[in-house]
Design a protein around this ligand. Structure first.
Ligand SMILES: [Zn+2]
Length: 415
């Protein structure tokens, strides 16, 4: 593949020192969910210094309005007449797992690895994307279209920061959602729908007569029976193949369900079960609702079954509801990022569900809003026994590849 002169200039202007310094700086600032303020303010100044016009946007928790945080939405104006590119990645980190062997906020650098909470999810990737655009600016390249840099807050509450900016009218022609993908290009991602079923124990004053017992099925036992109907977690071998779908070659093990919570108070009569459905392209909220209802309607052998169904589990505006995301591998956005990835790494780009399999990101939300999106970024979760994990770390070489791929994509897409 032939690289344009501008792309070569941009690659040469991307500074590893500056990238690593930025990543370490924001890793040093704790930014748990709804505590992203310090990183937000730092990136506000950093992006302003680069020439971005920054609007600090408030983000409110979807069901607790006392929780408010903020995110800097930054636009680098193009010269006009070109498509715009959004780069979106989250500032909030995973919860701090136990077992860290290094200081999660120090940003230790050793043998080409950068360690720290957020190193790959998502601060390292965001620092890389910002450094990529910095390279374009340093190289004196002027794009026609705008760059819309969105370091978002509250990603862990179903993309609340991203939902907020979309609601406020922030948009673009394309979006790269920075998420750990070991620098593969996520073009197919599952969606997620939480299903809540509440069963109720009959309120019998005196349970120990034969008549009373005939009317009684405990709410927990009802749920145990329902679990048998919906089948096991993490497999697509579900009873009667109850989730309607057309199999997707990239997501052969999906759709699947996973049980998330079950609970009943000692004296309470209701028992609440929540499971999530990981959906594949073609499945919708309505199709899943119909499927669940069909399973429930078909039950006539659980005595005294008394349930209430809520889909999505947290009501109509449930932020945990995500549509699946899919974009054609031939889409100009995919081609541009793949080219950048290949030029930066010297290896063919892997495109599809690859390292994003079973995951979703804010790219799902952005894609569902009509903006063509993909999920891409540094960091390989296969280096940990499970994810999230202590000792989060990322290869600096992957950060540099990400920076270059983003710069190349911006150059290609924004003119
Ligand atoms: Zn993430």
């Amino acid at each position: 593949m032939k690289q344009s002169e501008d792309s070569k200039k941009a690659f040469a202007a991307i500074s590893e020192d500056r990238l690593v310094a930025l990543a370490r700086k924001i890793i040093s600032m704790p930014s748990k969910l709804f505590e992203e303020h310090e990183v937000a303010d730092y990136l506000d100044r950093y992006l302003s210094d680069m020439g971005f016009a920054v609007e600090m946007m408030e983000v409110t928790h979807p069901w607790d309005e006392t929780l408010v945080t903020r995110q800097p939405i930054a636009i680098l104006k193009g010269t006009g007449g070109g498509p715009s590119l959004m780069i979106n990645g989250h500032m909030d980190t995973n919860v701090t797992m136990s077992g860290w062997t290094v200081d999660p906020y120090e940003g230790k650098l050793e043998d080409g690895w950068l360690w720290g909470l957020g190193a790959q999810d998502d601060k390292g990737g965001m620092a890389a994307a910002i450094s990529g655009i910095e390279g374009l600016i340093e190289a004196g390249i002027k794009l026609k279209g705008d760059i819309v840099m969105c370091p978002v807050a509250a990603h862990k509450v179903g993309g609340t920061g991203t939902r907020t900016l979309l609601r406020k009218g922030v948009g673009a022609d394309f979006c790269i959602n920075i998420e750990h993908a070991a620098n593969t290009i996520g073009t197919v991602c599952t969606g997620g729908i939480r299903v809540k079923i509440t069963t109720t124990t009959p309120g019998l004053f005196f349970r120990f007569t034969p008549e009373a017992r005939a009317k009684y099925t405990n709410a927990i036992e009802q749920q145990a029976d329902l679990i048998g109907r919906f089948g096991p977690s993490l497999t697509n071998q579900l009873p009667n193949n109850w989730l309607s779908h057309t199999p997707h070659p990239e997501l052969a093990d999906f759709p699947m369900i996973r049980y998330d919570s079950i609970g009943k108070d000692h004296y309470g009569r209701g028992c609440e079960l929540v499971f999530q459905v990981r959906t594949i392209p073609g499945m919708t909220l309505d199709s899943v609702r119909d499927d669940v209802q069909r399973v429930l309607d078909g039950i006539n052998d659980i005595p005294n079954l008394d349930y209430e169904l809520t889909i999505p589990a947290n009501g109509p505006t449930d932020p945990y509801f995500m549509d699946p995301m899919e974009i054609s591998p031939d889409h100009p956005l995919v081609r541009a990022v793949a080219e950048g990835q290949e030029l930066a790494s010297g290896k063919p780009a892997l495109i599809g569900s690859v390292e994003r399999i079973g995951n979703y990101g804010d790219g799902n939300v952005i894609g569902a809003s009509g903006i063509p999106s993909l999920q891409y970024g540094p960091g390989d979760i296969k280096v940990y026994p499970e994810w999230p994990a202590p000792d989060e770390r990322v290869l600096v070489s992957e950060l540099m590849i990400t920076a270059k791929a983003c710069a190349h994509a911006a150059l290609t897409l924004c003119g």
